[in-house]
Design a protein around this ligand. Structure first.
Ligand code: COA
Ligand code: AMP
Length: 633
């Protein structure tokens, strides 16, 4: 470890209060905090308790105050529609303050929740910042989720307003949002009082006044509205993420810590300065999109790119290179699966050679394990550092990374580099003792977590405490397993719960199982994530039928697949459900999902000593072979 990084890291761990006091000097406060960290009620720590600030002020107004109103804040590019636009800080502020006024006209007050279910268009960013301006708590729902998921978020957040658009565009298909939203509103027990819908050109839909109004109508009398003063520990947003059951967890973000931490990361982790162009190719519905399409780059005052397209198919595998070259992007942050998709389609980089990427300096990957093959392929093609870093919705910024703005460290392929300042990462073994270097175990982070991480779950303090903070006293349990090597590099090997990562999207196999169990012919089922060369993991369902079912297996399988698509959404990429005779279980009745996964992935497995009938494993293998599911790794 070099001296500079070592020094900064150890300062952050030995004296977090001073470290984060200094970082907090770089943001705008209406009232500066005098207390940096309140540790009196663990695990509920409070950063900057008596500070008063505003998220939107820090994202927009501050830069205008500093004379940078004419600088580009947001570049929008949609290869699907051909639309492109640029918004200066001044222009974005003007749109946001009008939208904030529209929300006020509709009775939205500080602390009210607003659901945003929108495609990747500038209005989605305007909606998020408009909420922040007046202290409303937004909850963005990813467009690939189905009505049922949207409904559960409406119910849990008790949202007052829902903001949506007439449609989104996926390669080759238009996603009509209105019927999805209508269905969600019907399913939800809690009723939103208004729907604001942005009509996309050529895709206008009929609205039922007075509850449904268009984006333009909402703005008809709206006045420019200033930022309200927010206490540091009030909530900026709720972002629901998969839990171990079908009930999603509402990760909340506080205001002061979020601004301080995210602004700090732009220079220190990503080496981004105010005059740089930054691009995060994710979706605003995910944490990467919240933090690195919208908030962190705007807090920093640089330019952020909003891309409504895909790495391939919009129109080709050169889409990423075109954006980087057209806008002189300095660094890109995306999921490894995006690069695997490009590599698959254009292994020799033929598209790449058409573009000038001379301004491009680094590529950051996260969301799932970055396989060394893909990293090396990208390094060879781009000739820039390719950095795998590890983080979670819960933390909102990287737990481990190569902190390129502090000191570039060497790459160890397969590792997500070292703990970032602020995170004291440890490995705890199954006997509850701390692991030595290279010993595997649960990855935990010593409390208190740094600013910007989740202070609790929405309306679920107890779930927060029990789920994350109780298994290892004094530590946050990440639910990732792995080891730390002798040089302090962290190796993330697997999840320890039923979460799988499909194309960088976090999904719960438990939630898919809940849907399959609702099929009237299904007696029991198991869903597991098997290795996939493109998406990292893919869910497969194994289904055991009730006695006496006379429907054919193929029909049942198709119905199950459709149910998952309807109830969770296309994002689950659930395309395989096979009917089997019985599931392997322990003598106490626990389904041996881990063993089935190993069989499916064609890797070695040990016969579980507690299995009730070992012959079932051969049966399962045969079923997987017959259904062409056996993986070659
Ligand atoms: N709205 C509606 N539907 C959506 C959607 C959205 N915002 N995003 C994805 N979907 C749908 C897709 O259309 C697809 O539907 P289909 O089953 O009808 O084809 C399904 O959800 C799965 O989508 P996706 O995961 O995008 O798979 P894909 O096969 O279409 O594309 C990749 C594969 C690799 C190109 C794509 O996964 C990708 O770009 N990944 C980048 C990962 C990423 O941004 N991760 C975010 C965290 S960093
Ligand atoms: P999400 O909350 O959707 O960001 O998903 C978080 C989970 O994704 C983590 O707990 C990990 O399991 C996985 N993950 C994220 N980044 C990495 C990485 N760089 N390497 C391995 N796994 C990762």
């Amino acid at each position: 470890m070099s001296d500079k990084f070592r020094e900064i890291y150890s300062k952050s761990i030995k004296d977090p209060e001073n470290f984060w006091r200094e970082a907090s000097e770089n943001i705008f406060w209406f009232k500066k905090p005098s207390k940096i960290l309140n540790k009196s009620n663990p695990p509920f720590y409070k950063w900057y308790e008596d500070g008063v600030t505003n998220t939107c002020y820090n994202a927009l107004d501050l830069h205008i105050d500093q004379g940078k109103g004419n600088k580009n804040a947001l570049i929008y590019d949609s290869p699907i529609t051909g639309d492109k636009s640029k918004f200066t800080y001044e222009e974005l502020k003007s749109k946001v303050s009008k939208f904030a006024g529209a929300l006020v006209d509709l009775g939205v007050k500080k602390g009210d929740r607003v659901i945003i279910y929108m495609p990747m268009i500038p209005e989605a960013v305007v909606a998020m910042l408009g909420c922040a301006r007046i202290g409303a708590i937004h909850s963005v729902v990813f467009g690939g989720f189905a009505s049922n998921e949207l409904a559960s978020r409406i119910d849990d957040s008790k949202a007052k307003i829902l903001v949506t658009a007439s449609c989104g565009f996926e390669p080759g298909r238009t996603v009509e949002y209105k019927p999805l939203v209508d269905e969600a509103i019907k399913l939800a027990n809690h009723k939103v009082s208004k729907m604001i819908l942005f009509q996309r050109k050529g895709h206008e839909v009929k609205l039922n006044a007075p509850r449904e109004i268009s984006w333009d109508e909402a703005h008809s009398n709206a006045k420019n509205t200033d930022c309200v003063e927010m206490n540091s520990n009030e909530f900026a947003y709720i972002l629901y993420t998969s839990g171990t059951t079908g009930t999603p967890k509402g990760i909340v973000r506080d205001i002061g810590g979020h601004i301080v931490a995210l602004k700090w990361t732009m220079k220190n982790i990503y080496n981004i300065n105010e005059d740089d162009i930054w691009w995060s190719a994710s979706d605003i519905g995910w944490i990467v999109g919240h933090s690195y399409i919208v908030y962190a780059p705007l807090f920093k005052g640089c330019t952020t790119v909003l891309f409504e397209g895909k790495p391939v198919g919009t129109p080709d595998a050169g889409a990423f290179w075109k954006i980087i070259s057209d806008y002189n992007v300095k660094s890109l942050f995306t999921a490894p699966t995006a690069f695997r998709a490009i590599k698959k389609e254009d292994p020799d980089g033929k598209f790449f050679s058409k573009y000038d990427l001379s301004k491009f300096e680094s590529l950051f990957l996260a969301g799932e394990r970055a396989d060394p093959d893909t990293i090396k392929w990208a390094e060879n093609l781009l000739n820039v550092p390719v950095i795998d870093h590890w983080w979670q919705t819960e933390t909102s910024w990287a737990i481990s990374s190569n902190c390129t703005g502090i000191e570039m460290m060497k790459t160890k392929y397969g590792s997500a580099c070292k703990a970032v300042p602020g995170y004291d990462v440890k490995i705890i073994k199954s006997d509850q003792t701390l692991a030595k270097p290279n010993e595997m175990g649960d990855i935990v982070v010593k409390l208190p977590l740094p600013p910007g991480t989740f202070p609790t779950l929405w309306n679920a303090d107890q779930r927060y405490k029990e789920n994350y903070m109780s298994n290892y006293d004094g530590y946050y349990q990440t639910y990732d397993a792995g080891h730390i090597d002798e040089d302090g590099y962290i190796w993330i090997m697997s999840r320890t719960d039923d979460i799988i990562n499909v194309a960088g999207h976090r999904l719960s196999t438990g939630a898919i199982e809940e849907v399959l169990s609702e099929h009237q012919s299904v007696a029991e089922c198991a869903v597991l994530g098997i290795a996939d060369k493109l998406k990292g993991q893919l869910p497969i369902g194994l289904i055991v039928l009730k006695a006496g079912v006379d429907k054919d297996n193929e029909t049942i399988s198709k119905e199950c697949i459709q149910m998952v698509r309807d109830k969770i959404g296309p994002v689950a990429a659930f395309k395989v459900a096979i009917v089997i005779k019985r599931l392997p279980k322990t003598r106490s009745g626990k389904i041996l999902r881990g063993t089935i996964r190993k069989i499916a992935d064609n890797v070695e497995y040990k016969m579980p000593p507690t299995i009730d009938d070992p012959a079932i494993l051969d049966e399962i293998k045969q079923d997987l072979i017959e259904n062409k599911i056996l993986n070659n790794g």
